[in-house]
Design a protein around this ligand. Sequence first.
Ligand code: GDP
Length: 593
Amino acid sequence: MTQTSKIRTPIVCVLGHVDHGKTSLLDKIRGSSVVDTEAGAITQHIGATVVPIDAITQMGGALSKLTVSIPGLLFIDTPGHHAFTTLRARGGSLADLAVVVVDVNEGFKPQTIEALQILRNYKTPFVIAANKVDRIHGWRVQENAPFATTFAKQNERVQGIVETKLYELVGKLSDLGFNSERYDRVRDFARNIAIVPTSAITGEGIPDVLMMLIGLAQRYMTENLAMSVEGPGAGTVLEVKEERGLGTTLDVILYDGTLSVGDEIVVAGHTQTITTKVRSLLKPRPMSEILIEEKFERVKSVTAASGIKVAAPKLEGVIAGTPLRVIRGENRDAVVEQVMNEIQDIQVTLAEEGVVIKADTIGALEALSKELDSQGIGVMKAEVGPVTRHDVIETGTIKNPLYSAIIAFNTPTLPDAVDALMETSASNVSIFEGGVIYKLLDDYVEWREEKKREMERQQFEKLVMPAKVRILPNCVFRQSNPAVVGVRILGGKLQTDVNLVLTNGKKVGHLKQMQLRSETIHEADAGKEVAISIEGPTVGRQINVDDEMYVDIPERHVKVIEREMLDRLSTSMQEILEEYTSMRRREDPFWGK
Ligand code: GDP
């Protein structure tokens, strides 16, 4: 493959809704049954699978006449958004291309839409695999056949169903702002997304998915794929793993240059860079050597793109999703600085007020924060790592109860953090844990709505509500200290423990108790006649029979009621409030505004 050595293998990630067939699609691509292994063997890498171009062209999918300069495709073995967003390179995603798997029979689901949003954000070219076509009733299977071949063998009814289902997908994509077409009808791949009908079980349409990916890479990203084979290696840490006999190792996808045993490398810890020397490079052993005890095969050197396990001293504390760079000659300072920037340059906009977010990787943290941002939810602190006691205590100090939440994506809560939740200062803190972003957000939003309602209820209970009463004749039970009189509630809701004023605004005194037919009560509605005790006035002096009085509502309560709760007041209360505020506003037009 010397003639193509300057263009590296594009890296592909598979995304889509749960159960739509991501894993099956990858298994099918990996499975040697797809291809006659003589031609160009599909090779297992660490965390990835490489399908060489010869294998792909042999399958005979569409575009097979294309002259191809790309060596093959490297599929990341872990499917899903998490892998996609976690694997960062050059400030974007490590994946150059993506396949979005959607079950044709189920259509778009939340995670399908999430996948499309992520790919749009990252500007990653992708194809859609409209999967599980073999489930269409009456489908005749042609194992591993390109779509055109198998489609031609189907009867008219089945063909009709395929077309209808595809058009439903095209319509849905159009609602989301994407133009799309069945892949063999696409003229301009830069403008239209190609939809390939597939079956991850029978292998039908898989050759076409692979050819579409090659076509996309070849036409739209050859520049990104150009590299110097001899240059210092650059990669992304997929996973940090303990291996027996090797200590802490890094599973790395190398996307540029060469990585060799003995190379000095720089990787990223939580707060600082780590410089170390590659002790060994390991690849999975080929299937034929499965009986050899050692799990890995040692290699001296690897070239991009490939998946490799790196063993070296001092790798404890490296964060998954961060870069690995080879230091060679002059570039030392620049490389260390670049890796440092990568740790510091977490693309999360922090707000004064907001929730605390935690995730297992930088990429995941960014993806989570982007989603929160799009829903207008602020983030006060964003960190990679598990939820700690310190996080809980810090969240406990957040004033706004709607933000006293920690959203933890794919990362555990440490035991002492759980203990801290029991402490009074942190008793209002809630932790949301999970591995699906949209589910986490739904949970948080639901919690916040409930919290809001509860706060409103509490506030409502504390507010002084409008009411108007008239002192009844023949019902003065006591002149003063306190005055006890019978009143009729003309409107609103009368509550105890409020101040009263006359309709000319003069203060009367404090309504302390209320009785209805000798029973003490705390509130009474319009139309009722009750006896009330008022501290302050003397009947015959400050108040008289037939006087009308309002409950004296403090100005700040009026503000809250008028702004936020007006629609929750009864008509009678609204009328009295209106009368009361116009009385106040005769003197000061801006009172309570
Ligand atoms: P993932 O959650 O997206 O990785 O989905 P899986 O690959 O685990 O598939 C979920 C289920 O759907 C499994 O039972 C698969 O066997 C089945 N499945 C996946 N793709 C196909 C397909 O193309 N045709 C049929 N008939 N079943 C499929």
